[in-house]
Design a binder for this molecule. Structure first.
Ligand SMILES: *Cc1c(COP(=O)(O)O)cnc(C)c1O
Length: 490
C-alpha cells in the first residue's frame, strides 16, 4: 500500500494541487509536445490559445458517452459536422461526384483502418479466406487489421527509387478472395503518395473496394493543392475510391483520439456496424470498435476545426510547406546524407550514404541537442532512414535545425558507427524467434541498457541490433523489450 510517492491509490487521497504537480513532474521527462523540435508523435500548429480552447471543449464533453447518440445528441451533432467537413475537404458532399458520402468518427487512424477492412470483409460473407492487398509502404495498422480480423495480407513491394508500388503488381495481387485494395496518401514512412487513380482503377475493374489511407495527408494535401502544389488526385474525385481515412488528431491539430472514416455511400458503410440484440441488456449498435467512449476528443476536434477554419488551415499549411523545404535544404547541405524522396507532402526522410556516418548515432546526437527525430530500420532492400513529421510549429525553428544537423553529423562521424559485439550481431542475424529464452532476452536487454521501467537515453545500439535482425525476430524483440518496460509499480 502506498501513502506517498507515485502510487496511484494512496490510503488517503492527495490534494488536487499536489496531484497536478506530480503529473507535471512526470511530464518533465517526456519529449516536448510543443515548440517544433519533436518530429513524430505530436502535431503542433503553434497557434496561441488553441490548446486552451481544445482543453475547455474537451472538459465540456469528457463525461459524455458516445455509446448512444440518442442519449447524447450533442455528440451526434458534432460527429456529423466533423464527418461533413472531412467529406467536403476530400471531394465528397453535395455537388461532387460523391454526393452520398457518409462516415464515422473513430478513436484514431488504426481504428479507421481496422473498420475499413472489417466493412470490406463483412461485405463478403461468402468468402472463407478473405484477403487484403496493401503496398509494402502501407501503414502497419493494415497488418494489425488483417491479424485481428483474420484477413490474409498480400503485400506488394515498392520500387526502391519511387517508393511506390507498380500498378501492374497491385493488379496482379488481386485475387478472387480479395475484399479490399489499399493505398496511401501519403505513406507515413517516406511521405510518398501512391498512384491512387491507377490503383483505384484496377480495384474497380476487379469489383473490389479501394481504401485510401489519408490518415496522415488527408488534412494537408488539399490545402497544399490550394497553395499551388502539384498534388495528385487521391480523394473521392477518383473513380473507384470507396473509402478514405483521415486523422483529425494529426494535421487537423486536434488532441489525440479522433479520426474519420468516410465511405462513398451508406451501403458501403453498412457492414462496418455491429448491432446486437441477443442478450438481456441494452440493445447495442456500434459504428466503431469501442462502446463507451468519451465525448472529450470529439468536442475538442470540433472546437479546433471551427476555430481554425479553412483560412487557418491554409495558413498553417503554408508555414508547414516552408518548414519542409527548409529542412530538406538542411539535409542536402550535409555531406553523406541523402533525401530518400523529394518531399511532396509534410515528411522529410533521409538516409546516409556514408558508412562513417551512422544514422542511428546521428539520431542520438540530434536528441542530445534537443531535436527529436524518428529512426526507421532498413527494410526489404530500403535503407535505414530518419523520419521527420513536419508541422507548422517547426517553421520558426528551421534556421536552427541546419547548424544542429551539421553539428550532430560531425559528432556522429567522430563517434563512429555503433560497435555491436560481433557475436551479438551474428546472434541477431541467425537466431530463430522461437529460440529466445527469458534469460537470453534479459541478457540482451541488460547489455543494451534497457532496465525495468526505463529506456536508455541513447538508442543507437538498440536500433543497430534490431536492424541486424530479420523482421520476425525484430517483432519478437520489440515485444519482449517493451514488455520489460511495462511492469506494475507498487
Ligand atoms: C498515423 C497513421 C496511421 C495510424 O494512425 P493512429 O492514429 O496512430 O492509430 C495510419 N496510416 C497512416 C498513413 C498514418 O500516418
Amino acid at each position: 500500500m502506498t501513502e506517498e510517492g507515485t502510487g496511484a491509490l494512496p490510503v488517503e487521497g492527495v490534494p488536487a494541487e499536489r496531484v497536478l504537480a506530480e503529473i507535471r513532474t512526470l511530464r518533465a521527462a517526456d519529449r516536448p509536445t510543443h515548440g517544433g523540435r519533436l518530429f513524430a508523435y505530436v502535431y503542433d500548429p503553434g497557434v496561441a490559445g488553441l490548446d486552451e480552447l481544445a482543453r475547455a471543449a474537451y472538459a465540456e464533453s469528457a463525461h459524455v458517452n458516445g455509446l448512444d447518440p440518442t442519449a447524447f445528441p450533442s455528440l451526434l451533432a458534432m460527429e456529423n459536422a466533423l464527418v461533413g467537413a472531412a467529406a467536403r475537404l476530400l471531394g465528397g458532399g453535395p455537388g461532387t461526384s460523391a454526393p452520398d458520402v457518409v462516415g464515422s468518427v473513430t478513436g484514431g487512424g488504426t481504428e479507421s483502418l481496422i473498420l475499413a477492412v472489417k466493412a470490406a470483409r463483412d461485405d463478403r460473407p461468402d468468402l472463407a479466406e478473405p484477403r487484403l492487398v496493401v503496398p509494402a509502404s502501407g501503414h502497419a495498422a493494415f497488418a494489425k487489421a488483417a491479424h485481428y480480423l483474420r484477413v490474409a495480407l498480400d503485400t506488394v513491394p515498392v520500387e526502391p527509387v519511387t517508393l511506390r508500388p507498380a500498378v501492374a503488381d497491385m493488379a496482379a495481387a488481386i485475387r478472387p478472395e480479395t475484399v479490399l485494395v489499399a493505398c496511401s496518401a501519403p505513406a507515413y514512412a517516406h511521405g510518398v503518395v501512391d498512384p491512387v487513380t491507377e490503383i483505384a482503377a484496377v480495384a474497380a475493374a476487379a469489383g473490389v473496394r479501394c481504401h485510401v489511407d489519408a490518415c496522415f495527408g488527408g488534412w494537408t494535401l488539399p490545402w497544399l493543392r490550394r497553395l499551388g502544389e502539384p498534388v495528385p488526385a487521391f480523394d473521392f474525385a477518383v473513380d473507384g475510391v470507396t473509402s478514405i481515412s483521415v486523422d483529425l488528431h494529426k494535421y487537423a491539430y486536434a488532441p489525440k483520439g479522433v479520426s474519420v472514416l468516410l465511405h462513398r455511400d451508406a451501403a458501403l458503410r453498412a457492414p462496418q456496424y455491429f448491432g446486437y440484440a441477443d442478450w438481456p441488456g441494452y440493445t447495442m449498435v456500434n459504428p466503431v470498435i469501442a462502446s463507451t467512449r468519451s465525448g472529450g476528443p470529439i468536442a475538442a476536434a470540433y472546437a479546433t476545426l471551427r476555430h481554425l477554419g479553412e483560412a487557418g488551415y491554409l495558413r498553417l499549411a503554408a508555414l508547414t510547406r516552408a518548414a519542409v523545404s527548409g529542412l530538406a535544404d538542411a539535409v542536402r547541405a550535409v555531406d553523406g546524407l541523402r533525401l530518400l524522396a523529394e518531399p511532396a507532402s509534410t515528411v522529410v526522410c533521409f538516409t546516409s550514404d556514408d558508412p562513417g556516418l551512422d544514422l542511428f548515432v546521428l539520431v542520438d546526437e540530434l536528441t542530445a541537442r534537443g531535436w527529436h527525430t524518428q529512426s526507421q530500420l532498413g527494410y526489404a532492400g530500403l535503407p535505414a532512414s530518419v523520419h521527420l513529421t513536419v508541422t507548422a510549429a517547426v517553421a520558426p525553428r528551421v534556421a536552427e535545425f541546419g547548424p544542429a544537423l551539421a553539428d550532430a553529423a560531425a559528432a556522429a562521424r567522430a563517434a563512429g558507427p555503433v560497435a555491436l559485439p560481433p557475436e551479438l550481431r551474428a546472434l541477431a542475424a541467425s537466431l530463430a524467434p522461437e529460440a529466445l529464452t527469458p534469460e537470453l532476452i534479459a541478457g540482451l536487454a541488460a547489455g543494451l541498457g534497457l532496465g525495468a521501467g526505463s529506456a536508455p537515453d541513447r538508442m543507437a545500439a538498440v536500433h543497430t541490433l534490431l536492424d541486424a535482425a530479420p523482421v520476425r525476430l525484430r517483432e519478437r524483440l520489440l515485444v519482449e523489450f517493451v514488455g520489460l518496460l511495462q511492469r506494475p509499480t507498487w
